[in-house]
Ligand binder design. Structure first.
Ligand code: ATP
Ligand code: MG
Length: 194
């Protein structure tokens, strides 16, 4: 076997490594909802300590794909463009602390059917197209604080209503040793696709 061919087969060589992107589908807030969610993060921080999530990064993950070959991003966009699901109102009325990773997060006390269905529709389309994703039971959560010390006392943080009118494909990048999220594309909900 020639040297060139051997290099190609070695997974450590750049030729053999495929470009990948760390991706997830998410609900990405509009400016008003972002400000309201940031307000929840700030009032949680007063009660729980820790570091508030950068307002520009606040989101709700729908389906986490992990590393995907970058050449398949257009396929993901086509798949997402075919999703038909209604708009809905999401009541973010619960703030919880996870001691294992010291995260304080917000979410709906009850997951609305529309949200559960949107996740299912995406997962079905991803599965049919052969994409891998985290298939654990869906628990909607919005990270508000990292390195927190406790849960906020009851009633310390006022809930909000978030009107969900679209969803997004988001790329997670590492910059200066921290995760940075960039919206790849957004798709409106509540439209009839023919
Ligand atoms: P970091 O990993 O640097 O602490 P992060 O968890 O916010 O930051 P990512 O790991 O890229 O960044 O995750 C992006 C989003 O996907 C986050 O909302 C995260 O909670 C969610 N996520 C990450 N891994 C999984 C997984 N295995 N299953 C479901 N959701 C996940
Ligand atoms: Mg992570």
């Amino acid at each position: 076997m020639g040297r060139q061919q051997a290099d190609h087969l070695d997974p450590a060589t750049p030729q053999a490594r495929e470009d990948t992107a760390r991706l997830f589908f998410a609900l990405w807030p509009d400016e008003a909802s972002r400000a309201a969610l940031d307000g929840m993060a700030q009032s949680s921080r007063e009660a729980c300590g820790g570091r508030a999530m950068k307002a520009a990064h606040i989101h709700l993950t729908l389906v986490f794909l992990g590393n995907v070959a970058a050449r398949r991003i257009p396929e993901l966009c086509t798949l997402a463009a075919g999703v038909v699901a209604p708009r809905f109102e999401l009541a973010i009325d619960r703030v919880t602390f996870w001691p294992h990773n010291r995260i304080v997060w917000a979410g709906p006390g009850v997951c609305p059917d529309e949200l559960r269905r949107l996740v299912e529709v995406l997962e079905e389309a991803l599965q049919a197209a052969g994409f891998g994703f985290d298939a654990r039971p869906y628990l909607p959560h919005i990270t508000l604080l990292r390195n927190a010390r406790a849960a906020p006392p009851p009633q310390a943080v006022a809930g909000i209503g978030w009107r969900i009118a679209d969803f997004a494909l988001v790329q997670s990048l590492r910059r200066d040793n921290a995760s940075v999220y960039e919206v790849v594309q957004r798709w409106p909900l509540g439209v009839c696709r023919t």
